[in-house]
Design a protein around this ligand. Structure first.
Ligand code: NDP
Length: 498
């Protein structure tokens, strides 16, 4: 018999094509997000030739500065990259100063855009990216709408899309209000709500692993899976974002969005086709199936924590309440573990443990599937301990891995079961992706593909699920007892319930 060989056929790939030239207008062009993420992403797209040279990028913010000063800022933001395309890229950068305020108008920006597009022979396709504080979303969208910039087919052609960063509202009510403002000027097909977690290559690989292989799906249900753990841990604290974090806390910051998306990818049914709305429909079905938190559940299914002082990488770090800008009596949780249930045929009774926190032992994101123990152990008379169940770990960060543990008999012994692992590491097979999450999302937006973006019904479903939890956390009188302190650099509070 011939040894089995791996399939050597060429990979079957759908690759990103070159985008049509367009105008990208970044509101909040002097901010942290633009400097750290958007500018490097846009430059990389330019370097790779997927963002055509005739495209323009117009930065808009409050600070007064010239185009050249803006170019210098962006040059610093992309320092360290291949600068061979810099001069051409710099020539595509422009800056416009304005206040995002009802009493101001964007008519000058509108005129300037039209002139620049004429000069560059652009068709008028426009992306408006809101990289601004969430408190300014409504007013800025209104300004865009009032100035006519949201209108499509102006002067005969061109689309207009808007990109918005989380948080999508602070609760259900504000999410609905924000959406009302957005939909006054842009229909849903033109609204791109970003969750950069969804665009990470390895997060997408969860779908490929599940639905491009036959061996996992038959086991992917309550008959074979005991529980699922989804973890997104960070070792950093809140850095300089005290104002935002005090208002948000871990539940709004991580659970309303990223954790819910990881849960949906793990639990969703296969869509009939890999198309934006088919995939988004399946994600929504999971959100709709979540067992609601009830008053009786109270805190039984949730643990909240806040980091105290501790040590990270051998360096002492302060506790949350000592962070600049944080109240010394703050009750804001920086850690949460939630036990949630997806009430449908596939998952009934299987707990999903979602954990996320700041200042934990290390930065780590993973989905761990714990299978059930064997139904009957033929070793029960010989071995005192029961047989260790199989575990499938989908590592997302730092190691992009698939790891499956199983039992073997240790050599030399009569019976001695031991767990070993089959391990696959993406980095050993592929060099890292040539598109990072923001590059991918920007390109998807320019190409009109909404698969990796939040749809409004999903936003509302997740808020509906989370709101009772938030209500409990924010209104209970004995929060000081509920909020457990953990040392920075550990894995969170001691958990002996759940
Ligand atoms: P920053 O506070 O760093 O930047 C805010 C930007 O908005 C600046 O360019 C600022 O301009 C501009 N701005 C503020 N007020 C006004 C105003 N009244 N009129 C005109 N311009 C104004 O915020 P971030 O970049 O950190 O965040 C932007 C958005 O992205 C937020 O919604 C945030 O939640 C989201 N986000 C951020 C992430 C990050 O890593 N930073 C990650 C994920 C989401 P000026 O400097 O000229 O005052």
């Amino acid at each position: 018999m011939q040894p089995i060989e791996l399939d050597k056929r060429p990979e079957s790939c759908l690759i990103y094509g070159i985008a049509n030239p367009c105008s990208i207008v970044v509101f909040g062009a002097t901010g942290d997000l633009t400097t750290r993420k958007l500018a490097p992403a846009l430059y990389n797209l330019y370097l790779q030739g997927v963002l055509p040279e005739s495209s323009i990028i117009v930065g808009v913010a409050r600070s007064e500065m010239s185009d050249d000063q803006f170019r210098m800022r962006i040059k610093e933001a992309v320092a360290g990259k291949d600068m061979s395309m810099w001069e051409k890229f710099a020539a595509a950068l422009y800056y416009h100063s304005t206040q995002f305020d009802h009493s101001y108008s964007l008519s000058q920006l509108s005129e300037r855009l039209k002139n620049l597009e004429k000069e560059r022979n652009l068709g008028g396709d426009r992306v408006f990216y809101l990289a601004i504080p969430p408190s300014l979303y409504n007013v800025t969208v209104e300004m865009i709408g009032r100035s006519g910039l949201s209108r499509e087919n102006f002067d005969g052609n061109g689309w207009a899309r808007i990109v918005i960063e989380k948080p999508f509202g602070r609760d259900f009510k504000t999410a609905v209000e924000l959406n009302k403002t957005l939909q006054k000027h842009f229909d849903e097909s033109r609204i791109f709500r970003i969750d950069h977690y969804l665009a990470k290559e390895t997060v997408q690989n969860v779908l490929m692993l599940r639905f491009a292989n036959t061996i996992f799906e038959p086991l992917w249900n309550r008959m074979f899976i005991d529980h699922v753990q989804i973890t997104a841990a960070e070792s950093i604290g809140i850095e300089s974002r005290a104002e935002y974090y005090e208002d948000s806390g871990i539940l709004r910051d991580m659970f309303q969005n990223h954790m819910m998306q990881l849960l949906a990818l793990t639990a969703m049914e296969p869509p009939s086709e890999l198309q934006a709305d088919y995939v988004r429909d399946e994600r929504c079905k999971i959100f709709r199936s979540l067992r609601p938190f009830s008053a009786e559940d109270d805190f039984r299914n949730i643990i909240l924590g806040q980091y105290g002082p501790g040590t990270i990488d051998g360096v002492g770090v302060r506790g949350y309440r000592e962070e600049p800008g944080v109240s010394a009596a703050s009750m804001t949780p920086t850690f949460a573990t939630m036990k949630v249930f997806v009430e449908n045929w596939r998952w009934n009774g299987v707990p999903f443990y979602l954990t996320s926190g700041k200042r934990l032992g290390e930065k780590l994101t993973e989905i761990v599937i714990h299978f059930r123990t064997v139904p009957h152990s033929m070793f029960r008379n010989a071995l005192q301990e029961s047989v260790t169940p199989n575990i499938l770990t989908l590592g997302i960060y730092p190691d992009e891995t698939v790891n499956l543990t199983f039992q073997i008999n240790s050599p030399g012994s009569k019976i001695c079961l031991r767990s070993v692992a089959m391990d696959f590491n993406y980095n050993e097979v592929y060099s890292l992706s040539n598109l990072d999450a923001y590059e991918r999302l920007l390109l998807d937006c320019i190409q009109g593909d909404q698969m990796l973006f939040w749809r409004q019904d999903a936003v509302e479903l997740c808020w509906s699920f989370l709101e009772p939890v938030l209500y409990h956390c924010e209104s209970c009188l004995d929060m000081d007892k509920r909020l457990l302190t953990y040392d920075a650099g550990t894995w969170g509070p001691e958990i002996n319930q759940l």
